[in-house]
Design a protein around this ligand. Sequence first.
Ligand SMILES: Cc1cc2nc3c(=O)[nH]c(=O)nc-3n(C[C@H](O)[C@H](O)[C@H](O)COP(=O)(O)O)c2cc1C
Length: 351
Amino acid sequence: MRKPLSIFLVLSTLLSAFACETLPMPEDPEKQHEQNENTGSPSDNQSNGDETPNYKDATSKTLVVYYSYTGNCKDIVSSVTGLLEADVMEIKPAVDGQDYAANNYKLGADLINAINAKPGEAASYPGIKTIDRNAADYDTVIIVTPLWHSHMAAFMQAYLFKYGSQMAEKNVGLIVSSHSSGISSVVADAKRLLSNATFMGDALWINQSNRSKQDELVKNWLIGLNLIENTMPSHIKISVSGKALPINIENNDAAKALVAALREAPITYEANDYGGFEKVGPLGRTLPTSDTQITTQAGDVILYSGNQIVLFYGSNTWSYTRLGKIEYGSLDELKSFLKAGQGEIYVTISL
Ligand SMILES: Cc1cc2nc3c(=O)[nH]c(=O)nc-3n(C[C@H](O)[C@H](O)[C@H](O)COP(=O)(O)O)c2cc1C
């Protein structure tokens, strides 16, 4: 099943010519819905439903609204709800069983083109099934949507066109899933459809190349929006020449930013001796400082100038931000670990 379908999709991808951009195929073809007998055109079948919604009572303060055709956005919703208490609402097309990727994604392209032609007219948007949550009952709404032909997937646009006024003055976060296309037009769609909402931070973009880190990306995004707490580990790890020691980490903004960076990947940098009391090197990023005059002790891990990390095997008095302390046995052990006085070392810091 996987191989012939993949070959078909690769061929159809090669043949495709959507506007300025070639459409990459959805990454897991096996997740695609089976096409049923209903093969009519969108205008025949995607009628604009006008059923009266019968809303459930809100049970929490955050609503996650998603549409998902091949399952990626549904997975992202699981990452979000694994971390955050929220009600979830799925947007469903009025017509079941359509294959939006068939014929070189023609049906999906037709739906997006119809919206782009007349974005202000209700008739341009495909029908969706009756919704059962009222976004007005929530403080925060997180929208999780696929990208279709560089735009927000047609059914999420249909939902926001019809019900977006429920999000007036609400805090709205946006997560976009694409194969590889950039999401700026999806963000523009969201701003057009939700002109009265308050957007929180930047949209989170999950794509083929970062999907394996989805849980961490979602976590950091939610922390950045202050929707979940930045739960700090008590220790991180420092490794030099294959040996590792724990660092007892501080609970300040600099340490939190360092931990957030380490959640994405360990940091390796080159450090050199300075002044006979420290190894200093560039962290490769800037962390928030809260500098105060400190007299350091052996083992202190210090942020200097926002972007240099200093590992002390002696003492110095300067205006620094404390990041943590290496837990070591004897001073000789620490000096040997840091190769004190012996020139450059490669340091890796990790969770
Ligand atoms: C109709 C259609 C159009 C798409 N257009 C694009 C595109 O222009 N660029 C892109 O990178 N991915 C495109 N994709 C891929 C989806 O954005 C991507 O697979 C996304 O993760 C799907 O989310 P889902 O699994 O929740 O449906 C398209 C997919 C479909 C079905």
